[in-house]
Design a protein around this ligand. Structure first.
Ligand code: ARG
Length: 559
């Protein structure tokens, strides 16, 4: 149940919508005050009254019920208390009933969200720098689906540019079919790196010619290009499968080759296209930005030109409600420019484009990723995490069945969770030991809690009926409250484009459950207490699983 929405719907404030009220409701710093609080100063201006008076008036008009049992007005805050035994009944019954659907909603029905994420570059390494966009985008994809939106996952492939000319040139000089077929993306990357290290003027000029040949539709050049593309996609798709990532479209930059001219014409007709040193630009100086480059002086299009075409294409094709771009903050200016140009073109939907920016990931031993070839491949990070997970599990529980499968779930979960746990804009340093810790704020800890709950449940044969009117103790109440706030956490995560909310939620719920587990008897309790605690355990397991599933993380039965 979404309590904020429930409370908001019972409060009527003139000139303020229900959603705005719900958004203003917060958790009070001290749970003695109440379970939720509405700071009334937010409405002082619109109501022309002091917060104290607003709180008093709202309190007078608020009818308590079996969900909200108490309301008080203190210093301009309106505090609400939830009926604990009624809450426990309703939360547990709801979770046990809804199961895998608990936390889902149909709020997105009829709306389409496009998510541009992962967006790999063909023939270039899929490295640790791509981890965040892949897992943040992948989680948002699942979260929005869970909320009933129609979601279109788009991998805006980097498959356009002069590097393909270089690659073909390098292949012609140094490569051969067997090696590339066998070595796949690594062989291609080696060729590219070798080109950057060794190519002379002669080869540079050949490379430009090969690029021109791709552009002009030359058969051989295009076959080679398509082959490199296929090998790259084959490779990344295996990683996507491991990370539970899916796409509905792989329309990359090349796809827009024939879709840019109409945009350029439109810019021209609207008087937005300016000449500058032979290049064509849109002047953005009045908006405090450098110009958006549309065509280079040699007539070649740019990254931004293709993004303009892509945005228009997506609007026409999907009629999106929102289009998200999960791309590193290094591209802040690029997206600001592109969105501004679309706005200047009169596309009222430009306001629905969102750059979901995130910070950098580096490893503890320093940064990586140079054109000269020193990169950390994401695949290696994944493999190392899975190997380390195996070692840890083997030490802790040598007799466990399916050790390999468990290590897979634990290792992959750690990679994903490690990249998701922090507020997305923060730069993070990825540490194998940290993400694989059983005690820290990790997926391993959450998975271990699930295994613990599973083990309790496997030792009993309960029907999981929630005893009516049971008065939960403090530890139980804390778990119930956390359980009850899952739906609003999912919504908040979607609204703020922050899967980290769900990651943090999972750790918080696991901590509360573990406190309960340590302080209260479960299997050896009696009567209503036993029934209640078993239901609580089952509901916690279901909810933790739902949370991890939204992040793309699986849950082993035992650990
Ligand atoms: N391939 C680009 C990169 O690696 C990211 C593309 C993001 N999407 C977009 N529509 N520009 O930097």
């Amino acid at each position: 149940m979404d309590y904020k929405q429930y409370i908001a719907q019972k409060l009527k404030i003139e000139g303020v919508s229900e959603d705005e009220i719900a958004a203003a409701i917060a958790l009070p710093p001290n749970s003695e005050m109440g379970d939720y609080a509405l700071p009334c100063f937010k409405f002082s201006k619109i109501l022309r009254k002091s917060p104290v008076i607003i709180a008093e008036e709202l309190k007078a008009g608020f009818m308590t019920d079996d969900i909200i049992s108490e309301v008080s007005a203190v210093n301009g805050y309106l505090n609400f208390k939830i009926n604990k035994s009624g809450l426990a009944d309703s939360v547990l019954n709801k979770i046990l009933n809804d199961g895998e659907k608990y936390g889902s909603s149909d709020m997105g029905a009829g709306k389409t969200i496009c998510i541009d994420y992962s967006s790999v570059n063909i023939a270039k390494p899929f490295h640790i720098g791509h981890l965040s966009t892949t897992v943040i985008g992948g989680a948002l994809y699942k979260i929005y689906k869970f909320l009933g939106y129609n979601v279109v996952g788009i991998n805006h492939l980097g498959d356009y540019g002069t590097q393909f000319g270089k690659l073909i040139c390098a292949y012609k000089h140094w490569g051969n079919k067997e090696d590339v077929q066998k070595g796949g993306i690594h062989a291609i990357n080696d060729l590219y790196v070798r080109f950057n290290n060794e190519a002379d003027e002669q080869m540079e000029s050949e490379a430009r010619e090969y690029f021109r040949l791709i552009e002009s539709g030359d058969r051989e050049a295009n076959e080679l290009f398509e082959w490199f593309k296929e090998l790259t996609l084959e490779y990344v798709k295996k990683i996507y499968e491991k990370l539970n990532i899916t796409f509905d479209s792989y329309a990359g930059e090349r796809f827009y080759t024939d879709k840019m001219q109409p945009i350029i014409d439109e810019l021209n007709n609207k008087g937005l296209l300016k000449e500058s040193n032979g290049a064509k630009i849109v002047d953005l100086e009045p908006y405090g930005m450098s110009p958006c480059l549309i065509l280079r002086s040699d007539g070649a299009s740019l990254y931004a030109t293709r993004d303009l075409a892509a945005a228009v294409y997506r609007k026409n094709t999907y009629d999106f409600y929102k289009c998200l771009y999960v791309v590193a903050y290094q591209q802040n200016l690029h997206f600001k420019q592109v969105f501004k140009v679309l706005e200047l073109m009169g596309k009222e939907w430009a306001k629905d484009l969102v750059h979901v920016a995130y910070g950098m990931v580096s490893l503890e031993d320093g940064a990586m990723s140079t054109r000269k070839g020193k990169v950390v491949w994401l695949e290696d990070v994944i493999n190392k995490c899975v190997d380390k997970a195996y070692t840890i599990i083997n030490e802790k529980n040598p007799d466990l069945d399916n050790k390999e499968e468990t290590a897979n779930l634990v290792g992959l979960g750690a990679v994903i969770f490690g990249a998701l746990y922090n507020n997305k804009i923060k730069d993070i340093v990825f540490s194998y030991d940290k993400v694989l810790s059983f005690e820290g704020e990790t997926s391993v800890y959450v998975q271990y809690t699930c295994a613990r709950a599973n083990s309790v449940l496997s030792k009993c044969n309960a029907a999981f009926t929630v005893p009516g009117g049971y008065k939960p103790n403090k530890e139980e109440s804390e778990v119930i409250k956390a359980l009850g706030s899952f739906p609003e956490t999912v919504k908040d995560a979607a609204e703020k484009y922050e899967p980290s909310y769900i990651a943090r939620y999972a750790v918080d719920l696991a901590q509360k459950y573990n406190k309960f587990y340590i302080d209260c008897k479960i299997l050896t309790a009696e009567g209503d207490a036993r029934d209640f605690r078993l239901s609580l355990t089952k509901a916690t397991l279901l909810t933790l699983k739902n949370a991890l599933t939204l992040l793309g993380i699986g849950v082993p039965e035992k650990m």
